[in-house]
Design a protein. Structure first.
Length: 80
């Protein structure tokens, strides 16, 4: 992984919590705590984009396609 060093300012309460997570050995160091938190936040920010793309789908067509697949699976599945 290509890593770049940056300098940031944090509220002391946030820094204390980060240090606590490191002390509890949930993360190896402060950088890892911050990296994981930032990646998770960016993923959450990307979710609305997925919703916008899903709105573009044709709901009737998607439902018919799903039902067609279910019907095929039921017809082809062995009896127990």
């Amino acid at each position: 992984m290509n890593v770049a060093k940056v300098t940031i300012s944090l509220d002391q309460v946030v820094l204390d919590r980060i240090d606590q997570l490191v002390q509890e050995q949930l993360y190896p160091n402060r950088s890892q705590v911050i990296q994981v938190a930032l990646v998770e936040k960016m993923r959450k920010l990307d979710k609305p984009r997925l919703r916008r793309e899903c709105v573009k789908l044709d709901k009737v067509f998607e439902r018919e396609l799903a039902n067609e697949g279910l019907a095929t699976e039921v017809a082809e599945s062995p009896e127990y």
